[in-house]
Design a binder for this molecule. Structure first.
Ligand code: MV4
Length: 457
């Protein structure tokens, strides 16, 4: 059993992990940069270690300093959270080489799922539907043109080291393809030091539907239903919900079965997310697998009643899964709105600054995961996420009404936030009908911006 966890992260997810630790009697160690000396996760932790200056590369991404902090505090496990080093296989290997427990999947699985072409081949071999595409990596633009001509346009060029939309380009003809091949490869080479590409048929106007999975060290795997994350801006999710308005019980069984097949094929342990593209005709395709706890995990917790972070810690400590697939029940509907320090009236420009007044919403079915407080200074150094507001209702209509009510109660003064944007989306007929696809925001942004201007005029 794990005794003391070092949380190698900051912000709301660091608090989230510490809360799970406290509930099961596990001690906590916070690491922080000099810019986060007054952060809540430092105050919440039993111990804290400053690991460097504000620049993430010299603090939250500094492997040797984080491992040293674990050594000097006697931590016997490390939880990476999301972002930063959460999917860094080398970090996971070093943690295990120092005889500490890595709270997450094995380094080998992190590495293989982090290579998108390998993940795709693994899914294919496991009998999981993937988008028709190239049989492996493409050596040249000429080869890409040959494969695309064989498949038919439009196609999507993807970087194998990419993910989350990075190093990805659509192409509707050979000229666009040759351009996409060069730009996607250059972007991936610059960002990931690996410009290798593969090709897929482009799935038009898909929904982004992802399945939460849990695996223990004894080969047991369950899925905990899906999350619909189609409301995204430049591959940054803004609103997520569970269940998906587009998924029927039959489709859930088939997609969940596919997710479990993939996990069993690789002996997946810990929490993970299998991402699918869901086409309008109900066809679904494996997109990628995330080997970390995700920002949007609370919507799954609200409809299943399972504490996913606690499960990660227990599984890492050798516990078997407490439930089997038949025992898993989805109840009601949950929606999450990410509250970012960005100004939707200025094209979502990040807006750091001091929070002069903060009042959280409350009441039945309302959860707020946040690290902010009155007088907290939001710096420009890290991501703009201030809080995640999650609302649960007996059905989608009640969850929508509750979210609207909770957003209008929430007070954050001193900096602009995306709250006005969320209020407009929640009133938008297309969103309310559950018809949002990954093109929703590009289709609706004009109307939403006008409506926001109207309400703020
Ligand atoms: C696709 C796709 C359509 N066709 N692949 C986005 C990031 C990564 N998860 C894979 N993604 C996609 N892959 C094929 N063959 C659509 C997406 C996609 C997306 C694309 C553009 C704009 C927003 C998007 C949101 C989710 C998924």
């Amino acid at each position: 059993m794990i005794r003391k966890v070092l949380v190698a992260n900051r912000g709301e997810i660091a608090l989230r992990i510490m809360r799970a630790c406290r509930e099961i009697g596990v001690a906590t160690v916070a690491v922080h940069s000099t810019a986060d000396a007054d952060a809540l996760h430092v105050k919440f932790a039993d111990e804290s270690v400053c690991v460097g200056p504000q620049l993430a590369a010299h603090s939250y991404l500094n492997v040797s300093r984080i491992v040293s902090a674990a050594e000097i505090t006697g931590a016997d496990a490390i939880h990476p959270g999301y972002g930063f080093l959460a999917e860094n296989a080398e970090f996971a290997e070093i943690v295990q080489a120092c005889d500490m427990t890595w709270i997450g999947p094995s380094p080998a699985i992190i590495r293989s799922m982090g290579d998108k072409n390998t993940a795709r081949q693994t899914a294919m071999a496991a009998g999981v539907p993937v988008v028709p595409g190239s049989d492996g990596l493409l050596a040249t633009a000429d080869e890409a043109a040959r494969v695309a001509a064989g498949m038919g346009y439009p196609v999507m060029v993807k970087a194998t080291a990419g993910g989350g939309g990075k190093g990805m380009r659509p192409a509707h003809n050979e000229e666009e393809l040759r351009m996409a091949f060069v730009t996607a490869s250059a972007e991936a080479e610059a960002a990931f030091k690996n410009g290798a590409l593969y090709l897929e048929k482009l799935v038009e106007r898909p929904r982004h539907v992802e399945f939460q999975v849990l695996g223990d060290q004894y080969g047991n795997v369950v899925h905990l239903g899906e999350r619909d994350c189609s409301v995204q801006r430049r591959h940054q999710k803004l609103i997520e919900e569970a269940p998906s308005p587009a998924v029927t019980p039959d489709l859930r069984a088939r997609m969940g079965g596919a997710a479990i097949k993939l996990c069993k094929a690789v002996n997946y342990t810990s929490a993970g997310t299998v991402e699918f593209l869901l086409a309008a005709n109900g066809d679904f395709y494996f997109m990628e697998m995330n080997t970390r706890i995700q920002v949007e995990h609370p919507v799954t917790e609200m409809v299943t009643g399972i504490d996913l972070v606690k499960q990660q810690i227990l599984i890492a400590g050798g516990a078997a899964l407490e439930l089997n697939q038949d025992q898993l029940q989805l109840r009601g509907h949950a929606i999450e709105c990410r509250i970012n320090a960005e100004d939707p009236a200025r094209n979502f420009a990040p807006c750091p600054g001091r929070i002069l007044a903060f009042h959280p919403p409350g009441g039945p079915g309302v959860r707020l995961d946040t690290h902010i407080y009155t007088d907290y200074v939001v710096g420009p150094h890290y991501d703009s996420l201030l809080a995640k507001l999650i609302c649960h209702g007996k059905d989608r209509d009640e969850a929508l009404a509750r979210m609207r009510r909770a957003l209008s109660e929430m007070v954050i003064e001193g900096i602009p936030t995306v709250i006005p944007f969320h209020l407009q989306v929640l009133d938008d007929p297309v969103f309310r009908r559950g018809e949002a696809t990954t093109h929703y925001l590009e289709d609706r942004m004009g109307d939403l911006r006008e409506a926001m201007a109207g309400t703020q005029a």
